[in-house]
Design a binder for this molecule. Structure first.
Ligand code: HPA
Length: 282
């Protein structure tokens, strides 16, 4: 049985032998946002099950493909579908794709997810640029022996989300005429049960603006690997502890579909703008 490091290196070598370019950016498409991949017609497609050691998605709203394609002019590795702690994976297992792709030398990790709004000023369809996070998933992908060539034992998290990428995203949103893009704090919970009203009140009081069941383990691995991270959360529902409405997964998926167009435009504009120095600071 290969250990984790051997598995990661085997997957990275397998990909290196097959891919046409080294990716500059990795993009993770979250719940209901996977159809950005449908815009791509001349990419290289690798179903997760074809890649050695990749986990297989158990969630029907998530396809499982790695796609290498130029998006917004950038060489991008797109993970169409992600893995979650609630599926039964450890956070180390579910972040294997991020660790593998980090070994191919990208500079950026762009993440998306669907999240529940906690900030009462949010509305369904709000796009939240994540400024910082709280991790309530009781696991850490860096737990265990540190692999020093992958990153430091105690990585600094004072600025996990790259400020320049956040600035670029706000200026892209302005250019596109979007008025639904805000900044905020994301809290990751283990799931799969959704929050009770009391938990919602607690998470609000903790300072979180949106809650979801993903992303933070991936950010931890990416920061450890030295990548610049951007995350955009699509707020699918807003939870009011004093007037709590059932949170229905079908409604989340419908809202994700509605916001999909805006989201795709924004991501492509960000990819196009990234790495250029002519962006005015906000
Ligand atoms: N809670 C947790 N995860 C979510 C939610 C929510 O309300 N909406 C979308 N993902």
């Amino acid at each position: 049985m290969k250990n984790f490091q051997q598995q990661v290196e085997e997957s990275a070598h397998w990909l290196e032998r097959r891919i046409n370019f080294k990716p500059e950016a990795v993009l993770v498409l979250g719940t209901g946002l996977g159809s950005l991949a449908d815009l791509i017609n001349d990419g290289q497609f690798f179903p997760y099950r074809s890649i050695p050691n990749f986990p297989h998605s158990t969630v029907t709203s998530h396809a499982g493909n790695l796609i290498l394609a130029r998006l917004g002019g950038k060489k991008t590795a797109i993970l169409q579908g992600r893995f979650h702690y609630y599926e039964g994976y450890s956070t180390r297992e579910l972040t294997l794709p991020i660790r593998v792709l980090s070994l191919l030398g990208p500079q950026y990790l762009l993440l998306s997810n669907a999240a529940g709004g906690l900030n009462p000023s949010f509305a369904p369809g709000t796009l939240m640029v994540v400024e910082d996070h709280l991790n309530f998933i009781p696991d850490n992908p860096l737990r265990g022996p540190n692999i020093d060539k992958w990153g430091p034992r105690f990585p600094d998290f004072s600025q996990a989300y790259d400020p320049e990428l956040q600035r670029i995203t706000f200026s892209c949103a302005e250019r596109l005429g979007f008025n639904n893009v805000v900044g905020g704090i994301y809290v990751a919970i283990p799931g799969p049960s959704l929050e009770t009203p009391a938990e919602t009140r607690f998470l609000r009081n903790c300072g979180a603006d949106a809650v979801g069941m993903s992303t933070v383990p991936e950010v931890i691995v990416a920061v450890h690997a030295g990548l610049k991270v951007l995350c955009i959360s699509m707020v699918s529902n807003v939870n009011d502890p004093d007037n709590f409405k059932p949170i229905i997964i079908e409604d989340i998926l419908i809202q994700a579909k509605k916001a999909e167009n805006d989201f795709q435009k924004l991501i492509i504009e960000v990819l196009q703008t990234m790495g250029h120095t002519d962006v005015k600071s906000k």
